[in-house]
Write a protein that binds this ligand. Structure first.
Ligand code: SF4
Length: 271
């Protein structure tokens, strides 16, 4: 049922893991269902827009635009707070400025074939130090700081590190780290080191999950009905009408920029 040459991202892998039916509706049937994901809708929408704008500001700063010319674009109280936190982090010798000679690649995209399909990851920032260490940064605009255990289990954490290790064999997994930096909790980043055993386990899990999705004929609804509270297909699946409160949700705050990818910029990996 899956189209040939499907591109798997952390979002689609996560969607399948959370609810196979959601994967089918979103990526196979491409069903657009105009439901509110979280209430209150206006506040939720504003938060998403601010999240997108923050990511653009961070990208432009990391590409070399002076902070002074970007600051006026942070034009809401929330954006101003996030932007000031980000600048402190970017200039802090314990933060982004930790390693002299750092090569910064904002919005770096990697893609690799996997069987007849493809894996893709979009890194908010890939930082490569003089010591050969690669750090993946991901900016999160969550209102609540998630537990590290929650983040460690997310497909994003597993795919992003595994794809980098697969793409660049010169980076031993032990030289890869992933850092989630939170705009609202700038002093509490979540750091995830990596090693060879984790890499092998992750790559194996990704390969098996892609194989499972590729051969699936049944895409059942999740039994965890709490996941339906923030799902756009809630009424379509007859799993309720009202959206859950947006400040209780994490998943819907994930950036939805992956469909905004310019494939000409992709560093294709040859195996
Ligand atoms: S509403 Fe629930 S069952 Fe339906 S797609 Fe969403 S998560 Fe799955």
């Amino acid at each position: 049922m899956l189209p040939s040459f499907f591109t798997f991202s952390q979002s689609s892998l996560q969607d399948y893991s959370d609810c196979p039916r959601r994967f089918r509706l979103r990526y196979i049937e491409r069903l657009v269902w105009p439901a509110i994901e979280a209430e209150p809708a206006l506040e939720h929408e504003r938060h998403q827009e601010e999240g997108l704008l923050f990511h653009r500001l961070a990208q432009q700063y990391l590409l070399g635009l002076p902070a002074e010319s970007l600051t006026s674009l942070a034009n809401t109280p929330t954006l101003t707070r996030w932007w000031e936190n980000f600048l402190r982090f970017a200039r802090d010798p314990r933060g982004l400025a930790a390693s002299p000679g750092l090569i910064l690649r904002p919005e770096h995209i990697l893609s690799a074939p996997l069987g007849e399909h493809r894996l893709i990851a979009k890194y908010d920032l890939l930082a490569i130090g003089e010591d050969g260490k690669a750090t993946i940064f991901d900016w999160k605009t969550y209102r609540k700081r998630p537990r590290n255990e929650h983040l460690a289990a997310r497909w994003q954490t597993r795919l992003y590190r595994a794809l980098l290790a697969q793409a660049y064999p010169s980076f031993a997994p032990e030289r890869i780290e992933m850092v989630y930096w939170f705009t609202e909790f700038p002093e509490e980043p979540a750091r995830f080191l990596y090693n060879e055993a984790q890499y092998r386990r992750d790559w194996d899990s990704i390969t098996r999950l892609v194989e499972e999705i590729t051969t699936a004929t049944d895409f059942p609804m999740t039994e965890e009905v709490t996941r339906c509270r923030f799902c756009t297909y809630r009424s379509y699946c007859d799993r309720g009408v009202e959206a859950g409160p947006w400040d209780e949700s994490l998943a819907e705050e994930e950036e939805s920029t992956e469909f905004d990818i310019n494939f000409e910029q992709i560093a294709e990996i040859e195996f």
